[in-house]
Design a binder for this molecule. Structure first.
Ligand code: DNO
Length: 396
């Protein structure tokens, strides 16, 4: 397995030497500055690649091997194959990447909001901070700030009472923070930052799109894109929904084993792959992660390894230290290593330690939410230890 690091560019406070120091060899990055829906050019990709891969004398080379993500515009999610221009632009970006020998592309199909947390700095018992998704806070936002039409139906009477009481107690600053956390697109998101009115308009635009329709649109997108990807030797890896269930009345269709099975059955192309994100899938107690990894092993080309702890209400969760959450990381890694052993070296599974607690010196600095260097380094080091041990035995 190849160790990667998500790099947001030179301004995000983590240098390429830092990446070398954590022990990663591969970079996961994207042209975040290009507006959603605009095709990436070969030249733009080449410039970013040169920045990453031009190796100073005496330094270890790094390879930009994964793109996370080429965003999928709303039009594709709402219209499927009829969004011809947007799909053509997406294909052009993929071609620009392949021309630069970058052949693993991560993407997601979550409407309106990509990954979602209500708290970015939840204090853990060690004094480090973690990201958290609090179902009650989601209800506060949905019912009282967004005031979404028909939102009441999504919450029990008890949930609604708690949300009302919490909302009354919140300061203006707390309301602004919650709104920012949910609506203004977390780092790496593939959806646009939204004001509350713009959020409502987007939701309107999705009226009538249920899970079946959204799934059909993803299938149409894959039918258009995978023949080109197959020719180019590109692997597309669909990131799971985070959290893996519907939000704001919007369907989500990459949350479970059955969701992925339906997509692989509908579009069997080898380019139709999966980003195996243990943190996202692990939020559902009914997702058996080692079993999913085993079943779809040949389709996993990229993996995000992190753990979440599900809280007592069954809907809230927070991000745990990489080996301390609900995910059986050793069992997952056994499956990934078993698959990796069958593969050519050039096709090895690339993984990154996903997210990380904010700890040590990062508590005194501006950090990219979810992506502080030290917490991710701790995670990567722990994962590397397990991999090292499992790779040393003949059959893990
Ligand atoms: C968050 C990330 C997501 C992810 C996209 C994949 O940390 O996992 O932003 O990159 O959903 O397209």
């Amino acid at each position: 397995m190849r160790q990667a690091w998500r790099w947001f560019g030179p301004k995000a406070g983590v240098t390429l030497d830092n990446v070398r120091q954590v022990g990663a060899t591969d970079i996961v990055s994207a042209l975040h500055e290009v507006p959603i829906g605009q095709a990436w050019t070969e030249k733009q990709v080449h410039e970013r690649k040169s920045l990453i891969e031009t190796t100073p004398a005496g330094r270890i080379p790094l390879t930009w091997s994964v793109v996370e993500s080429i965003p999928i515009p709303d039009a594709v999610k709402r219209l499927g194959g009829a969004a011809k221009q947007e799909i053509a632009a997406w294909i052009a970006s993929m071609e620009a990447l392949a021309a630069n020998d970058i052949r693993v592309i991560c993407y997601n199909f979550m409407p309106v909001v990509d990954w979602c947390r209500t708290d970015l700095d939840y204090v853990t018992p060690t004094g480090s901070t973690a990201m958290r998704f609090d179902h009650n806070m989601l209800a506060v936002f949905d019912l009282h700030i967004l005031q979404r039409k028909n939102a009441e139906a999504a919450y029990s009477q008890a949930d609604r009472d708690i949300a009302a009481a919490l909302y009354t107690e919140m300061s203006g600053q707390e309301i602004a923070d919650l709104t920012r956390n949910i609506a203004s697109a977390l780092p790496g998101s593939t959806t646009e930052p939204l004001t509350v009115p713009a959020f409502r308009d987007k939701l309107e635009a999705y009226a009538g799109i249920d899970a079946n329709k959204l799934r059909q649109h993803l299938i149409e997108f894959l039918e258009a894109v995978t023949p080109v990807a197959d020719n180019l030797g590109v692997k597309l890896t669909l990131h799971p929904d985070d959290p893996p269930r519907p939000l704001f009345g919007l369907p989500r269709i990459a949350s479970t084993e059955a969701d992925y099975a339906a997509l692989f059955d509908a579009v069997p192309s080898p380019a139709n792959g999966m980003c195996f994100c243990t943190g996202s899938l692990g939020v559902r107690a009914d997702n058996d992660l080692p079993a999913i990894a085993r079943r779809f092993a040949s389709r996993i080309h990229f993996s995000h390894l992190r753990a979440t702890t599900r809280e007592g209400d069954g809907r809230s969760f927070h991000e745990a230290a990489h080996l301390e959450g609900d995910v059986d990381m050793v069992a997952v890694l056994k499956e990934l290593i078993t698959e990796d052993r069958k593969r050519d070296k050039s096709d090895s599974i690339i993984f990154r330690s996903d997210h990380g607690h904010r700890m040590l010196d990062d508590l005194n600095k501006e950090v990219t939410p979810g992506y502080p260097a030290i917490g991710r380094l701790r995670g990567l080091a722990e994962l590397r230890g397990i991999i090292h041990a499992l790779e040393a035995v003949p059959s893990p």
